[in-house]
Design a protein around this ligand. Structure first.
Ligand code: COI
Length: 354
């Protein structure tokens, strides 16, 4: 056993599972590395911090997170450069967003410096798990959830914070088909849509299942007031490339403020595009798709990176985009992947060595 700072124990596993894992064939979300980080929030402070082999938790059946969903998470990525040095993409933004989600969900902040320290230590311990294949990386899933054993609807006073690592391939390995279905709503302004909290994802399960049963990959969420303004996809934010500008829905409190979204807005502006964060209605998108002024649509996200949209369906109508003619999404994707793998100079200061 060793420690990184006075309070964090490190207990490495005796035998790695890596030699029994095929990193060439990794479905998203099912393969975990050897170690996890865990910390407990008790009596107003983070304590009992440890890096150790992944193991199950023991939870009381009245655990408040299970009943009322007081649970938040993040998704970030590590890749490695040609020397095998693990590199993070914008980890400072991810911990800031986790703490904003914590505010919305009545949860404690996890200190930014401590997060950067423990996530670096964890990724360095499991760095051999970072896949080499183009488009693959190590997905990092920080998770915080309530630990009080109480059936009253009230914020918990005790929490667990965990960081899991997963080697992953692309979340979407082909262009996607989306359906905008006004009978379902993911989030409304004033709700929890901007927080990365479990309930937002729970709300998406049934409509997404229905969409998949009809041959679509995901829902294109519309706002709950007008049932018209496009919000996001649930697994990613969305960009529309019109003939005279690029638009993405305004982050009005009901959509997740994606870190990839924010990065793409900056990259596109710096390439001279007129990028507008604005209200975009589904009617405008369908009309522009039909009259040819909407040229390309793509999603952005940590897991999804830049995923081309090949079809949007709304009511009886569908618009189609030839994915092999998509220009912007493939350009952004290759730039981000070159940055993440240290193949190009990081002029933005987005990459941090683990
Ligand atoms: C991410 O992109 O990190 C997410 O959390 C989306 C999730 C659906 C995998």
């Amino acid at each position: 056993m060793s420690t990184i700072s006075s309070d964090i124990k490190i207990n490495r596993v005796l035998e790695s599972k890596l030699s029994k894992t095929n990193l060439q064939d990794i479905p998203f979300g099912r393969v975990f590395t050897d170690h996890m980080f865990i910390a407990h929030y008790i009596d107003g402070e983070w304590t009992q911090m440890e890096i150790k082999g992944i193991e199950n938790f023991s939870l009381h059946p009245s655990n408040l997170a299970l009943h009322y969903g007081q649970s938040i998470f993040e998704g970030m990525k590590a890749s490695k450069n040609a020397d095998g040095q693990p590199l993070f993409f914008r980890p400072d933004e991810h911990i800031k967003r986790l703490n904003r989600s914590a505010d919305r969900m009545c949860m404690p902040h996890f200190p930014e410096d401590l997060f950067l320290e423990v996530v670096s230590e964890l990724v360095n311990i499991d760095k051999d798990w970072i896949p080499d294949m183009e488009g693959s990386s190590l997905y990092i899933r920080p998770l915080m959830f309530a630990m009080d054993e109480f059936l009253g609807v009230a914020p918990s006073e005790r929490f667990k914070f965990v960081i899991l690592l997963l080697p992953v391939g692309p979340y979407y390995d082909k262009p996607v088909k989306l359906i905008a279905d006004p009978q379902f709503v993911r989030a409304v302004k004033g709700g929890t849509g901007e927080a990365k909290t479990s309930g937002n994802y729970a709300a998406s399960l049934y409509p997404s299942k229905l969409a998949k049963s009809k041959g679509y990959d995901q829902i294109l969420w519309l706002d709950g007031v007008n049932n018209s303004l496009i919000q996001e996809v649930g697994t990613m934010n969305i960009f529309f490339v019109f003939d005279d500008h690029i638009a993405t829905p305004l982050a009005d409190g009901a959509i997740l403020k994606g870190i990839t979204r924010m990065s793409f807005i900056q990259l596109l502006k710096d390439r001279g595009y007129d990028v507008r964060e604005r209200h975009i209605s589904i009617e405008e998108v369908m009309e522009s798709g039909k009259n040819g002024s909407l040229i390309e649509v793509f999603g952005s996200g940590t897991a999804a990176v830049a995923t081309t949209v090949e079809q949007i369906t709304y009511g009886e109508e569908s618009i189609h985009f030839e994915s092999d003619k998509a220009k912007i999404a493939p350009e952004l994707k290759s730039y981000i992947e070159d940055l993440r793998n240290g193949r190009i100079e990081d002029t933005y200061g987005w990459i941090k060595k683990a």
